[in-house]
Design a protein around this ligand. Structure first.
Ligand code: GLU
Length: 309
């Protein structure tokens, strides 16, 4: 297909702008409730290294659940596939991301997949490092490596806000600790998790990571293998089966591109032989996906026949 230029992207944004009024910004993490629901940005990072973008492309937003793909890649690199999937399953849950009840249904207890919070917390607990600071430092370095951008950092206000209000994630961690799914100190794992969720990015940086996954884990510019191909494939497969919360099935039908969303309103999509696409629009639907992000990806996918199916 022909490459989209920035004017075309800008006009697609104008077509979907009004959908922002159909949703609400997340407020269960107090700092996220301050986001402006009308912010809107999109970026495409092509495999040849060209990046096009439109809208509020300089606006930073926190990764939130999009970070689950990144921590999974790092945990796989650190521990290997067998170790990771002894502790976390591979099946979609069909439940909301912070649901606790399926943990009770399996013996021995095992979170269903790394994209729901229980699984993501277990994955974060597997990241190597002597203490929380070292683990967070390794996650940040991994982000810098993937984007070739050392300016990426943690939004401390969002991290602190989530850490103080993460009663449900704390309960998940206590449950996982009781059943030996995770090791070590609960507050430390929660600290790493809330900081990984609070890594600040803009759409261009995020689309570059999407493109790296699309490029089988190789950096687009240096061709260096940053994530082993097989692990990049595992991550993209989870993006298809459970990347868009309990709307992943509908998203696969309507859009058909591996993607992961977060409650900040970001979406990172990754399409082999094409590149990375990212969208930011903080107004969310009831499942936690960006309403404008969903609409825009649906339009782009249909217009340019991007579905992998
Ligand atoms: N930090 C958020 C949480 O665990 C991430 C949720 C999300 O983006 O789905 O509640």
């Amino acid at each position: 297909m022909e490459k989209l230029d920035e004017n075309t992207l800008e006009s697609w944004l104008d077509n979907v702008r009004e959908y922002a009024f159909d949703g609400h910004v997340a407020d269960y993490i107090p700092a996220l409730s301050k986001q402006n629901p009308e912010k809107l940005a999109v970026s495409i990072y092509y495999l040849d290294g060209e990046c096009v973008y439109a809208g509020d492309h300089q606006e930073c937003f926190t990764l939130q659940s999009i970070s689950k793909v990144i921590s999974l890649a790092l945990a796989l690199i650190d521990n290997g596939e067998e170790y990771v999937f002894q502790r976390v399953g591979m099946e979609p849950s069909g439940d909301p991301f912070h649901s606790i009840y399926r943990l009770e249904q399996h013996r021995p207890s095992k979170p269903l997949n790394p994209m729901i919070n229980a699984g993501a917390l277990a994955v974060t607990n597997m990241i190597r490092g002597q203490n929380a600071d070292e683990k967070v430092g390794r996650l940040l370095s991994f982000m810098h490596e993937m984007t070739d951008d050392r300016t990426i950092n943690i939004n401390e206000a969002v991290a602190e806000s989530e850490f103080q209000s993460a009663y449900l994630n704390r309960s998940l961690l206590y449950y996982l600790r009781q059943h030996d799914v995770i090791k070590g100190n609960i507050e430390e794992t929660l600290d790493v998790y809330t900081k990984q969720c609070s890594i600040d990015v803009n759409v261009c940086q995020l689309s570059r990571i999407g493109a790296l996954f699309a490029n089988e884990g190789r950096d687009l510019h240096s061709n260096r293998q940053i994530i082993p191909k097989h692990f990049a494939r595992i991550c993209k497969t989870f993006m298809v089966t459970c990347g868009m919360y309990d709307a992943s099935g509908a998203f696969a039908i309507k859009v058909g591109i591996p993607a992961k969303s977060g409650v900040s309103g970001g979406v990172m999509a990754s399409l082999n032989h094409f590149g990375g696409i990212s969208v930011y629009g903080p107004s969310l639907d009831k499942k936690g996906n960006s309403v404008v992000g969903l609409k825009l990806l649906e339009i782009l996918s249909n217009r340019y026949d991007l579905s992998i199916f």
